[in-house]
Design a protein around this ligand. Structure first.
Ligand SMILES: [Zn+2]
Length: 133
């Protein structure tokens, strides 16, 4: 009932990413969208990952592979390192984060700086740059 949100916000899931993922409300900032996408990875919610991806950089054909991979690892947490713009009044923004997961018995991480922009008024993920671990 009061399950904490997987994104690490320390808020209950139903007050954090759940309403964004289920389209009850829109992400107000690109950090909120980033958190909701991490949470969608933890539940291998491929539909939401596609929905929240910029249409021009989305690769719908990869949805199956992404889902399968997201299900095959154990998600350990999200750390937001930095944000630039991406606020309520912005049109673009960046979020730098670490996403931690266990794969093949080893702790792995994605360290990425992601670009977000608004498409039809809604925040979407455009692309990301990966940093070496
Ligand atoms: Zn959340």
């Amino acid at each position: 009932m009061n399950k904490l949100c997987p994104c690490g916000s320390n808020l209950p899931y139903f007050e954090c990413c759940e309403p964004v993922i289920s389209s009850k409300r829109e992400a107000a900032t690109c950090e909120e969208l980033m958190r909701s996408r991490y949470t969608a990875f933890t539940t291998a919610n491929g539909d939401y990952l596609m929905l929240s991806h910029y249409s021009e950089t989305r690769k719908a054909k990869e949805i199956g592979r992404i889902k399968k991979w997201a299900e095959s690892v154990q998600w350990m947490g999200l750390v937001i390192l930095n944000t630039q713009n991406g606020e309520v009044t912005d049109e673009t923004g960046f979020v730098e984060f670490r996403a931690l997961f266990m794969e093949g018995g080893e702790m792995q991480q994605i360290h990425e700086k992601s670009l977000f922009k608004r498409e039809n008024g809604k925040w979407v993920y455009v692309s990301g740059i990966h940093f070496p671990e």
